[in-house]
Design a protein around this ligand. Structure first.
Ligand SMILES: Cc1cc2nc3c(=O)[nH]c(=O)nc-3n(C[C@H](O)[C@H](O)[C@H](O)COP(=O)(O)OP(=O)(O)OC[C@H]3O[C@@H](n4cnc5c(N)ncnc54)[C@H](O)[C@@H]3O)c2cc1C
Length: 397
């Protein structure tokens, strides 16, 4: 909290909300058609300092702790989904992979440039020919002092904006252990690396989706992140905290969906009474509010653990899983409260149908429910069911 007073931070949060619900929403009309962010979006993000929030102070960032970061993320998540995804990545894996696993030389060369987005990355894990995680086929073969990469990645967000790509590739094809993969940071203008387009997405438009095709892409050994064989560890470690931040995205959206639903329920009169006076509608609102509040509580608990260095992968999987259930419930009830008008684009209360579509991405973004359940179950089985709790808190010294 070093550079923020409480008042300064609260003002910043309000500014981020105004940005998300003001200029970002206005730009979304164009983004929905073109599936690209205009330059004005990048300029506004730059000016707002959002690139710097998560980045440590040593590299030109604000060095916010996770609890602060979550509050910033909640505010911009109220806005359009594609912009939310971009900011989620900018505040997470964009810098964290290099920060946690890169060499001192790599960090000094790249991390300060992330503070003003001179460099922006994308994250290349998923492939059409295998399952998420270790089941990859893109190969990196060592040839003297260089690696040669061949293969294809799909569904890669920001591929059309990035000038570097984190790429996960097989370096030990015969290994049946967790050391099959290695991670690389590769300049996008390397010969043989092509970005191919993807079809238009259901929601979260503009995030620059593409495929990455590698044809004899030759990169120096210095592009390796961490050690050879560490790729899976790097991916799972980086995805863990990022998943909790996907859950925050759902929190921001659920909070807004709850608020617009309350406004509509108070205004809309049927049979002489506002919807808000009907017990059935109140029960919808109670469910929406309870799940949203529970999600926020889980997230703040996660942030507390994370900020004090406790094990966090299990809780990250659990909170993202819970956020998916919450977003589904809240968006369904929102549509029920709005009735037919909620199904159409121009609703005066807010982008009801777009929020309904946007939140569906979190079923898939950084791991579907089955992966989250497997991760949560593994942690529970290992710990015998005891997660880090703050037992004894509240007692005197
Ligand atoms: C908008 C968007 C942006 C994305 N951005 C990126 C990105 O930037 N970088 C990136 O690398 N990826 C990205 N992804 C990919 C995303 O991470 C994957 O879509 C997700 O992990 C699911 O993998 P899949 O699509 O290959 O589905 P599949 O693996 O085909 O899975 C389909 C279904 O089968 C289930 N399943 C699969 N294998 C098993 C198993 N062994 N046991 C039980 N159930 C199983 C899954 O849970 C799922 O329900 C993005 C996806 C979307 C939709």
């Amino acid at each position: 909290m070093s550079i923020w007073t409480k008042e300064h931070f609260q003002n910043y949060l309000q500014d981020v909300r105004k940005l998300a619900e003001g200029p970002f929403e206005e730009m979304e009309i164009e983004v929905a058609k073109t599936d690209r962010f205009p330059q004005r979006f990048f300029d506004l993000v730059q000016k707002s300092g959002l690139y710097r929030c998560a980045l440590p102070e040593a590299f030109g960032g604000y060095g916010m702790n996770d609890l602060q970061l979550m509050q910033v993320q909640e505010e911009y998540s109220r806005g359009p989904g594609g912009m939310r995804m971009y900011l989620h990545y900018a505040m997470g894996m964009n810098w964290r992979i290099l920060h946690d696993f890169g060499s001192e030389d790599q960090k000094a060369a790249i991390l300060p440039k992330l503070a003003d987005a001179t460099i922006f990355t994308c994250f290349g894990l998923t492939e059409e020919t295998g399952g998420t995680g270790a089941d990859l086929h893109t190969a990196a073969v060592l040839d003297g002092d260089t690696y040669i990469l061949n293969g294809e990645k799909t569904l890669i967000s920001y591929a059309q904006y990035a000038n570097y790509a984190y790429v996960f590739a097989v370096t030990r094809p015969d290994s049946h252990k967790d050391d099959r993969l290695s991670a690389f940071l590769i300049p996008m203008d390397t010969p043989g690396l092509e970005v191919l387009p993807m079809p238009r997405p259901m929601g979260c438009r503009g995030a620059g989706y593409g495929k990455l095709r590698f044809t004899n892409v030759r990169v120096p050994k210095s592009c390796l992140i961490g050690k050879e064989g560490q790729g899976l560890r790097i991916a799972t470690h980086s995805l863990a905290v990022s998943r909790a931040h996907v859950a925050v995205s759902n929190l921001g959206l659920c909070q807004r969906m709850l608020e617009v639903s309350i406004a509509r329920a108070k205004d809309r009169v049927t049979f002489g009474k506002p919807l808000a006076s009907r017990q059935m509608i109140q029960s919808y609102l109670a469910e929406m509010g309870t799940y949203t509040h529970a999600l926020r509580t889980m997230l703040y608990d996660f942030a507390k653990d994370f900020d004090s260095g406790k094990e966090h992968e299990t809780k990250a999987a659990m909170v993202k899983y819970f956020s998916i259930v919450t977003a589904q419930k809240v968006s369904d009830f929102m549509l029920l409260i709005f009735g037919g008008i909620g199904y159409f684009e121009d609703c005066t209360y807010g982008p009801i149908e777009r929020m309904y579509r946007d939140c569906r991405v979190t079923w898939l973004e950084e791991g579907p429910p089955s992966v989250l359940q497997i991760t949560a179950a593994r942690g529970l089985l290992q710990s015998g069911g005891t997660l880090p709790y703050t037992l004894g808190e509240g007692a005197g010294q």
